[in-house]
Write a protein that binds this ligand. Structure first.
Ligand code: MRU
Length: 351
């Protein structure tokens, strides 16, 4: 088993002009850190889920561009920007659904406009990426405080996938809310869904919460209805990969089922997401749902669990419509239905 993991252990970090990441594919059996100095390796790490979770891949994309700036042999500002544009495309193409990746890449490309020389731009890019990583933790803590007010003493809170420390730089979004609720002195229990097929719930959420001393129980995804029907859950909180201005929420596959069942049982269903996860331009038909390889479904680890040659449908995310959502927790406050109004207000107040 890995050594004790603290809630502020960084999932992704910039150190000595290198990017250090926890290899999440090895958890919960081994806590291994990988070190990268080539942006192509960052792109591969995002694709292979070595780093995953919307805010964590946003910051990783930004660090990828910082590495690309260091790798560039450009002698003019225009050459450097052209090298960064090429790297941006490679990083952007890794995973299509989480909007934080595009957000992180755009933030970095925007700062390149403020530098006059190659060295100045290089430094600006690195500093901005490092700042984004620091901001991520502060934002999660603020979001946690807002969200904790929605939860009561003795609540049992269900969460799906991993929206924890491991999905961010540290602290987490949905798990950040759960952490802040406990830190406020409330006695709470957590139910983590296993989250097939990649098992972010059992491998990451159960691991992270158990190591941080939470009372956490793991259930198979198929037991969501049972636990709700038997009054074993009071509230649900999940993270998000993309939230539209209408309140449509894209998150790990299975979230929609959890939300539907929560509605059926009168259980409040909350989403926790930083403003960087909001896509204020797209409509539901514009959002690309990542389709992942079939072997995630036909195997568990190296063990085959399905016949050779079987057709597989393996979407990584689904969409939960606004009518199933009780509130969306952000660092700027909690948006309540009707979301088209409340989300616009949150953004206007944060301009
Ligand atoms: O495929 P993953 O593991 O990157 O999916 C992650 C999720 O769906 C999380 O719930 C989401 O990114 C929110 S993370 C704070």
């Amino acid at each position: 088993m890995p050594e004790k993991i603290s809630s502020l252990l960084k999932t992704v970090e910039w150190k000595n002009n290198k990017v250090i990441m926890i290899d999440q594919t090895k958890l919960p059996n081994e806590l291994i850190f990988v070190e990268y100095s080539d942006y192509l390796d960052i792109a591969n790490a995002i694709k292979m889920l070595i780093v995953r979770g919307a805010p964590a891949i946003g910051v990783s994309g930004a660090f990828g561009l910082a590495l690309a700036a260091l790798q560039s042999n450009a002698s003019t500002k225009d050459q450097l920007i052209s090298d960064l544009e090429k790297a941006k495309k490679v990083l952007f193409d890794t995973r299509p659904t989480a909007v934080n990746l595009a957000w992180g890449l755009d933030q970095i490309m925007n700062v390149t406009k403020h530098g006059n020389t190659v060295d100045e731009i290089c430094q600006l890019v690195i500093n901005t990426a490092k700042q984004m990583a620091d901001d991520d933790i502060k934002i999660n803590m603020t979001m946690g405080k807002h969200g904790s007010q929605l939860f009561d003493d003795n609540d049992t809170i269900m969460t799906h996938c991993n929206a924890g420390s491991l999905a961010t730089v540290a602290y987490g979004t949905a798990l950040g809310v759960i952490r802040a609720t406990k830190e406020s002195g409330k006695n709470i229990k957590v139910i983590a869904t296993e989250t097939r097929p990649v098992q972010q719930g059992s491998r990451l959420t159960a691991f992270e919460l158990k190591h941080d001393g939470f009372d956490v129980s793991l259930i198979p995804d198929t037991a969501v209805g049972y636990t709700m029907a038997n009054n074993l859950v009071n509230k649900v909180v999940v993270g998000a990969d993309r939230v539209l201005r209408t309140g449509h929420v894209y998150n790990k596959i299975g979230t929609y089922q959890v939300a539907l069942m929560a509605k059926q049982h009168g259980i409040p269903f909350y989403v926790a997401a930083p403003l960087s996860t909001f896509d204020m331009k797209s409509n539901p038909q514009d959002v690309i749902i990542e389709q992942r390889r079939g072997s995630e479904v036909t195997q568990i680890g190296d063990k085959k669990t399905a016949p050779d040659g079987i057709n597989v449908i393996n979407p990584a995310f689904d969409m939960t419509p606004p009518e199933l959502i009780s509130g969306i927790i952000t660092e700027a406050g909690v948006a309540k239905p009707p979301f088209a109004e409340s989300i616009t207000k949150l953004f206007e107040a944060n301009k």
